[in-house]
Design a protein. Structure first.
Length: 274
């Protein structure tokens, strides 16, 4: 089909085709992944803006296979708001993400409606099923669900397909797009230590294909690269305030894209001082 808004990169691995669907910058350049198995589609995340999620659904429908289910990997709006267009298919998230969504939804909807107006949902639509860690099978393809705590969000779901050495990492990693580092824990602590620790556990893996939540598909080298970014960013956050932080981060990582991600991190990190 002709795409007006999204860009799609198709990657064939064995009996599976991954369609990495990317929103434009006003949708935070977020990726939703469509895993096409021989007879089914598995959608991972749903985008932020209504226009993008609607086109994601139209693209999935154009593939001519039933959507088996959609996974929402975490509670950040750029990954779940678009569930609005997938209400007719089974949706899954970690139990912890369900709890986080109950708490976060009104804040997230208010924040994004102030930026995007009617371009985003006006009331929360929650996933309907929980997914636990461990292996499962869809259409003869083996997947594993992994729970990652205290990283880019308080809880992240990552999925892998061992038979094709593929990790659907989503926001565990970003590829050359500024990482969102504005998630605080319940005590107001920053994300850095937990996120780096999580990445360290993935560093020795040999995934041939890693699908990030933002940025183009990559490989296992992204773990070390994100660790280096977060280490440097932790120093910059400690030594900065507000917009000063954004300028310094831009200078420190000239080859990373999407300044608006830094603005959003600054909003959450430095809000009390502004
Ligand atoms: Zn994201």
């Amino acid at each position: 089909m002709n795409l007006n808004l999204l860009t799609v990169q198709k990657i064939q691995r064995g009996a599976v085709v991954i369609h990495c669907c990317t929103s434009p910058d006003n949708g935070e350049r977020v990726n939703a992944q469509i895993v096409e198995t021989p007879n089914r589609l598995v959608v991972v995340d749903a985008m932020l803006l209504r226009a993008h999620a609607k086109e994601l659904r139209a693209y999935a429908d154009s593939l001519g296979k039933p959507i088996d289910r959609i996974f929402i990997t975490h509670a950040h709006p750029d990954h779940w708001f678009g569930i609005e267009f997938f209400q007719d298919v089974p949706s899954y998230a970690l139990a912890e993400t369900m709890g986080e969504l109950q708490f976060m939804a009104p804040i997230a909807i208010g924040f994004h409606r102030s930026n995007h107006g009617d371009g985003v949902i006006d009331k929360a639509i929650f996933p309907t099923n929980t997914i636990a860690e461990g292996p499962f099978e869809i259409d003869g393809i083996g997947f594993r669900a992994m729970k990652i705590t205290s990283a880019e969000d308080l809880f992240l779901l990552a999925l892998d397909i061992p038979s094709i050495q593929t990790l659907l990492a989503q926001d565990l990693v970003y590829n050359k797009v500024h990482l969102f580092v504005g998630q605080l824990d319940q005590k107001g602590g920053t994300c850095f230590d937990g996120w780096i620790a999580a990445l360290e556990t993935f560093k020795q893996t040999n995934y041939a294909l890693v699908l990030p939540g933002h940025g183009v598909p990559t490989d296992a080298s992204v773990f070390a690269e994100n660790i280096a970014y977060l280490n440097r960013m932790r120093e910059l956050v400690a030594a900065s305030s507000g917009q000063n932080f954004v300028e310094r981060a831009m200078a420190a990582f000239p080859d990373y894209e999407l300044r608006s991600m830094l603005d959003m991190s600054a909003f959450f990190l430095f809000k009390p001082q502004q």
